[in-house]
Design a protein around this ligand. Structure first.
Ligand code: ZN
Length: 457
């Protein structure tokens, strides 16, 4: 299996450390609000990676963290804690916000047919691990203290700029607004933030440095080490994680272990709406509920995600969702052919896995599938052949085609009656029955081997 590795800027062969096990760490959601579809795009792409690994005979050990503390409104440690912001917005405590949106996210994974991650650890359940990690960094001389917290001294980590190929000159004071003047270097980041002295926070813990809470980056280093060991096979995130969050994770982890944090770094590109990145502040944060309210299924949304390769900048529009929905209907109408086929021709499933093993090339995999359908849609395939193909599609893409239902016995009797009417050249009755079936979302097409029914929507 080949994947593009951000570390080398090259496509590389995946070589798991302990095959068939393969360790995967994916940076998870910050649970302070409803995720928008841009967030789900990213997570579905991780799921496609996991599915491809499984179909390649590997056993993914997949850890996705839940960020429920420490992620400030700017990824670079400025602004307020997102959880505190959510709490203020909804008049709840940060703990209530974290519980509510964690629960919502976990349910979303099920609604979108995700493979369940092996572990979904919450940052607040691993405060001691994070404190211990900071203690290790402190012992090795990578930290310093200023008035609002303990910081990582990025100048001490010689390779700090390598991963993102950063130009540290550009990060000097003055290059950005809103910087903390006490920081030694602009790229330094908080490991532990102190609670304000005049009030208590909803989320705060005692530490060797005083009451406070961990920074966002340290949670991933600590939980990655805790669940997956010093080096993971694949570490995933969005491309916006490269210059700050992942650069900082590497600086922390490699300073402590002296080992590479990950062999392959996989990053997914943005999704745009009207050429803009999706964000809450732009007001284009479409949610799963918006998709459903507009009359689309979440399976259609999933297929829309699959249509673009994860490294390309993809675009969302309601028209493109409609097109994905139409495409899904075509797949479903192929799936229901197995209820109608008895003996038929044997055909091997399309070679989708091979396309996915080539850096998760979903557009090529879909093109192969479309080509397979073009060739076979009007052939009399055996039920077993159809079942094999839709099982493969479901395992690889999670589209749940196998649960597309059969029609009722009553509908089948109407189809039989329509055939009889046509044989008797009773056209008004045949038309009448066709309309009756259409009201139940069923249509009939006459093919050489007989009538074939399919769903209209
Ligand atoms: Zn992370």
């Amino acid at each position: 299996m080949k994947l593009y590795n951000t570390l080398s800027r090259q496509i590389e062969e995946l070589k798991p450390i302990n095959p068939p096990s393969v360790s995967v760490y994916t940076c998870g959601p910050t649970v302070y609000d409803y995720p928008h579809i841009g967030n789900w795009f990213t997570f579905i792409r991780y799921d496609l990676l996991i599915r491809t690994l499984m179909l390649s005979g590997l056993r993914p050990n997949w850890v996705m963290n839940i960020t429920d503390v420490g992620h400030l409104t700017s990824d670079a440690d400025e602004g307020e804690d997102k959880l505190a912001k959510g709490a203020a917005r909804e008049g709840k405590t940060a703990w209530e916000i974290a519980d509510y949106y964690t629960d919502y996210f976990v349910k979303g994974l099920k609604r979108l047919n995700f493979i369940q991650p092996t572990n979904l650890p919450r940052a607040t359940d691993h405060i001691n691990d994070q404190i211990n990690f900071i203690i290790e960094l402190e012992k090795k001389g990578y930290t310093y203290r200023i008035s609002d917290g303990i910081y990582y001294d990025t100048a001490k980590f010689a390779h700090y700029a390598d991963f993102a190929r950063l130009d540290l000159e550009e990060l000097q004071p003055g290059a950005r607004v809103e910087q903390n003047p006490e920081k030694h270097h602009q790229s330094d980041f908080a490991l532990w933030k102190f609670s304000p002295t005049d009030k208590s926070r909803d989320m705060e813990w005692d530490s060797p440095w005083g009451k406070g809470f961990p920074g966002w980056h340290i949670e991933c280093s600590a939980m990655c080490l805790n669940y997956l060991g010093e080096t993971v096979d694949i570490h995933c995130g969005g491309i916006d994680h490269i210059p700050i969050h992942h650069t900082n994770e590497i600086a922390q982890s490699q300073a402590v272990t002296g080992k590479p944090l990950a062999h392959i770094w996989l990053h997914t590109n943005h999704i745009l709406i009207d050429d803009l990145k999706i964000s809450k502040s732009l007001g284009n944060g479409i949610t799963l509920e918006d998709i459903e309210k507009a009359g689309f299924s979440l399976d259609a949304f999933r297929l829309l995600v699959i249509e673009s390769q994860y490294r390309s900048q993809s675009k969302f529009s309601w028209d493109s969702l409609q097109a994905a929905s139409n495409r899904l209907l075509r797949f479903k109408n192929f799936a229901v052919r197995r209820y109608q086929a008895t003996d038929g021709l044997t055909e091997t499933p399309p070679k989708l896995i091979e396309a996915m093993q080539n850096d998760l090339d979903t557009p090529s995999a879909l093109a192969i599938l479309e080509d397979y359908l073009d060739r076979n849609e009007h052939r009399n395939l055996s039920a077993a052949s159809i079942t094999d193909t839709i099982n493969l599609i479901d395992k690889l893409f999670g589209l749940d085609l196998t649960s597309t239902p059969d029609i009722s016995e009553h509908a089948k009797s109407l189809i039989k009656a329509r055939m009889d009417a046509r044989q008797n050249q009773d056209w008004p009755r045949a038309d009448n029955l066709r309309e009756r079936l259409a009201r139940d979302n069923i249509a009939v097409r006459d093919e050489p081997q007989g009538s074939v029914w399919y769903y209209l929507s």
